[in-house]
Ligand binder design. Structure first.
Ligand code: SF4
Length: 370
């Protein structure tokens, strides 16, 4: 057994987060395993059933509201830095899932964070946001039962951020986020405002609120939960709950899909030929030769092609279990599987693009953009 000391995982919302072992996060960060709540979920979503959502904080509060049909909210945000990709697709689907389970849904266009972290001017992020909102609507978000807003334009969020500035010291921000520029600390306070806005009187007051995010965003939840308790007397806030999904591997075999590596990911608006090419060049868990793969089987656990199917594109649980076993047994070969996956992905993307076009005007109307 190796005596090398394992490095503590770093969950950095603005940097590169690589998680070697999700089980370690329970101990290192106090995140709770989601698995133990699965049997109690009235109608568990695909990401929950498949362990893609692996952790939570205080999700029991939301679960109780779901079971007793009491009010609760879902809130999450996406930075308007570009077209939807598989990571943002996951967050959008999670918001929509909870909305369909009865939550009042809040979708935040995190344009202040995009400004501070990615240097995207507001005029540019506004244009990107129109497309992102059209994506969200095409995926099934119901704007009649939800709130879509831009941080930069939402006075209530900005007011909360200013107030929350009184509740934290620089030392606390450094302890949570490391040494960063003040703009990023400011955007973190704005996100605390996003997370707690659903509990203001304007939105029917305090209520359990779930924030579904990638686990790299946990720092924002820790900060906001702390602020919720500091400002409880004034607002009667209930500590926000969270669910955490895993971070997708890059198609090229890198630990994370990243914009700086175009072969590691694709967007929902890429040309079909480009998506097909990226899947065909993708890293796999296959063996060097067909003979070896027939004999030894593949390794779906490390395979990004399997991962995109399991996370997003194979909806039937029996089908994905079959893919897993066919890969392990050597019955399914990588070339054949890549061809099947390409067909499923392109069907989804083509249909989504058609739907999305129909929602562009609605998205402009919601964001009040000409
Ligand atoms: S058969 Fe499919 S799941 Fe298995 S290693 Fe090859 S591409 Fe991955």
């Amino acid at each position: 057994m190796s005596t090398a000391k394992k490095r503590k995982t770093v969950l950095d919302p603005w940097g590169t987060t690589i998680v070697e072992d999700y089980n370690r996060l329970y101990e290192e960060f106090g995140i709770q395993p989601f698995k133990s709540l699965l049997s109690e979920m009235p109608n568990p979503g695909m990401y929950m059933r498949r362990g893609v959502i692996f952790g939570h904080r205080d999700f029991e509060l939301v679960l109780n509201s779901m079971k007793s049909r009491e009010k609760f909210a879902v809130m999450s945000g996406i930075k308007p830095t570009g077209e939807f990709h598989l990571g943002t697709l996951m967050t959008a689907r999670e918001i929509i899932y909870f909305q369909q389970q009865g939550a009042t849904a809040f979708y935040c266009i995190a344009d202040i964070e995009a400004y501070e972290d990615n240097k995207i001017p507001f005029e540019k992020s506004e244009k990107i946001a129109v497309g992102n909102v059209a994506d969200l609507l095409a995926l099934g978000f119901d704007p009649e039962r939800g709130c879509i807003y831009r941080q930069y334009k939402e006075q209530r969020v900005r007011d909360l951020a200013v107030l929350f500035g009184r509740g934290v010291t620089l030392a606390t921000m450094k302890a949570i986020y490391g040494e960063r520029n003040i703009g990023l600390y400011l955007s973190a306070l704005v996100q605390a405002g996003d997370i707690l806005m659903p509990q203001l009187k304007d939105f029917d007051g305090p209520k359990p609120t779930v924030v579904p995010v990638g686990v790299d965003q946990d720092a924002h939840l820790r900060l906001t939960r702390d602020l919720a308790s500091k400002f409880r007397r004034k607002f009667n806030f209930i500590s926000p709950s969270s669910t955490y999904h895993k971070i997708m591997k890059g198609l090229d075999g890198s630990p994370k899909m990243a914009k700086r590596s175009p072969m590691s990911y694709f967007t929902l608006h890429e040309k079909p030929e480009s998506i097909a090419k990226k899947i065909s060049y993708a890293f796999t868990g296959g063996r060097p030769t067909v003979e070896e793969q027939r004999k030894l089987g593949g390794v779906p656990e490390i395979c990004p092609v399997y991962e995109i199917c399991m996370y997003h594109f194979v909806e039937d649980d029996d089908d994905i279990v079959r893919v897993y076993h066919d890969c392990k047994s050597g019955k399914l070969l990588c070339g054949e599987h890549k061809a099947q996956t390409t067909e499923i992905v392109l069907n989804f993307v083509r249909e989504h693009q058609l739907k999305r076009r129909k929602f562009i005007d609605k998205a402009r109307e919601i964001l009040q953009v000409n």
